[in-house]
Design a protein around this ligand. Structure first.
Ligand SMILES: C[S@@+](CC[C@H](N)C(=O)[O-])C[C@H]1O[C@@H](n2cnc3c(N)ncnc32)[C@H](O)[C@@H]1O
Length: 444
């Protein structure tokens, strides 16, 4: 592959105050600092450079029509690097640079006015740098849509609030800073958007759910060892009509430039055919949809397990499959908690509370998902249970997120706690526990 880009001769992070440029420098400095800090904290997911203005010979040599440059942190031979993906209409060109050189190159391009917009994405924030035609630049920091604390927060810094400075969209349009773009073709094929790329009103909740899910997913990837890898395989069990499956594929490949394989596994033949037809029509690389039952599925390899709204113990089977395959991330949103409730005793002094059917159902749900989280902890995962989208959007709103620990931890204490909780409620069996015991992951 020809050398598409090369860092400036003095490969230090440029001090924007001394850069030889017509672009206002305070905002550049601010953007460079925020990017460097995010990288050092391990929080940086991507830097996106858009609205190429021309004038960089090394880019021009590669062809016309550069659409965007996606930059993401990687580790090469244990050293921090930046992977640059230059997207042209008919090809992608990738180049990896040591982190310092990569930062210097970004700083140089921006100081030269080669791009009008730059975006720094972390799991929770987007920092936007906008450069006007006259070289005036401004920086805004906004919370990503759906992240607790509101969709946007105030401007962090403004290098030039000049009248011709382009106004970043953060404060004005929530959709503009979602991680997915409404114009993506899969949204049209799945009936989320219409022919003009507008949300079909009945699908607005689904759109929010998809975006929130991608936010959670992106933050999990950033925390896992997958952050340092380019290739990964995601399997979505009980993938239904594929809203999340296609969204994950699109985010990984199109937004993040990852070499991702994404497989949907679904019981219903009609849904499998529908999704296969969309994959064929859009010619999506690295994506497939299979008819299968999570209870008997044996993947060759996988890195991420997703199981959203897989009914009852299908969630346990999906988690188990992920643990057995050594998945780095297991993400599930359980529903239909049928297994535990009939076994549930009403132990003293909870009897007066659990005499009500609704409380029994709530207790059974909390118990089931609490035990799943503890079992994942015992199996070597850092696990969180949280509400992933507010109740106004769907009543299936709980997420269990497990990221594989890098260092092993003694599980004796959590195994004892699981035993005590089961004894307290008189539980005889829990599907995930039985599956993990049968595998020898937990003591019999
Ligand atoms: C409520 S839908 C959720 C679809 C999708 N995950 C979402 O959140 O949009 C549950 C899906 O799981 C599928 N399913 C149920 N049991 C399954 C199993 N044992 N193996 C594979 N798929 C299953 C159902 O056919 C259904 O399409």
């Amino acid at each position: 592959m020809p050398e598409p880009i090369s860092p400036p001769a003095d490969a230090a992070v440029p001090d924007a105050n001394t850069a030889n440029t017509t672009v206002n420098t305070t905002a550049l400095q601010r953007f460079a600092t925020l990017t460097r800090e995010a990288l050092h904290q391990g929080a940086c997911q991507q830097v996106l450079l858009v609205a190429y203005q021309g004038g960089v010979p090394a880019i021009e040599e590669q062809g016309q029509g550069l659409q965007r440059v996606m930059v993401r942190p990687i580790a090469l031979r244990g050293q921090p690097h930046l992977s640059f993906l230059l997207r042209f209409p008919t090809k992608d060109i990738t180049k990896n640079l040591p982190q310092g050189e990569g930062l210097a190159l970004i700083g140089q391009w921006l100081a030269d006015g080669a791009f009008r917009n730059a975006h720094l994405f972390t799991a929770t924030e987007e920092v936007q740098l906008a450069i006007s035609k006259k070289g005036k630049a401004s920086v805004r920091v906004g919370k990503l849509a759906g992240v607790a604390g509101g969709a946007t927060s105030g401007a962090a810094a403004s290098g030039a609030a000049g009248e011709d400075a382009p106004e970043p969209a953060l404060a004005h349009n929530r959709d503009k800073h979602r991680l997915l773009e409404l114009s993506r073709p899969f949204l049209r094929e799945l009936g989320v958007t219409d022919a003009h790329g507008q949300i079909i009103p009945a699908m607005s909740r689904k759109w929010k759910q998809i975006n929130k899910f991608i936010e959670v997913f992106s933050s999990a990837v950033a925390r896992s060892s997958l952050a340092e890898r380019r290739a990964l395989h995601v399997v979505d069990f009980g993938s239904g009509k594929g809203y999340l499956t296609f969204a994950v594929h699109d985010w990984l490949r199109n937004t993040m430039g990852r070499d991702a394989r994404v497989t949907g596994v679904e019981l219903r033949e009609d849904l499998v055919k529908l999704c296969q037809r969309v994959i064929g029509k859009l010619k999506l690389p690295g994506m497939d949809y299979e008819q299968g039952d999570v209870r008997h599925y044996h993947p060759a390899d996988l890195d991420v397990v997703i199981a959203l709204h897989a009914c009852d113990i299908a969630t346990d089977h999906a988690i188990h499959l992920g643990v057995r395959a050594g998945a780095e991330i297991i993400l599930c949103s359980p529903c239909c908690h049928k297994e535990v409730r009939p076994q549930l005793l009403s132990p003293h002094p909870l009897r007066p509370i659990l005499q009500h059917g609704i409380h029994q159902a709530q207790e059974a749900e909390m118990l089931t998902d609490g035990l799943r989280a503890m079992l994942l902890d015992a199996a070597g995962y850092d696990t969180q249970v949280f509400e992933f989208i507010s109740l106004e959007h769907t009543n299936k709103n709980k997420m269990i997120l497990a990221v594989k620990r890098r260092q092993p931890k003694d599980n004796a204490e959590v195994v004892r706690q699981i035993h005590d909780i089961k004894a307290f409620y008189g539980l005889q069996r829990q599907c995930l526990e039985e599956l993990l015991k049968a595998d020898g992951v937990l003591p019999a």
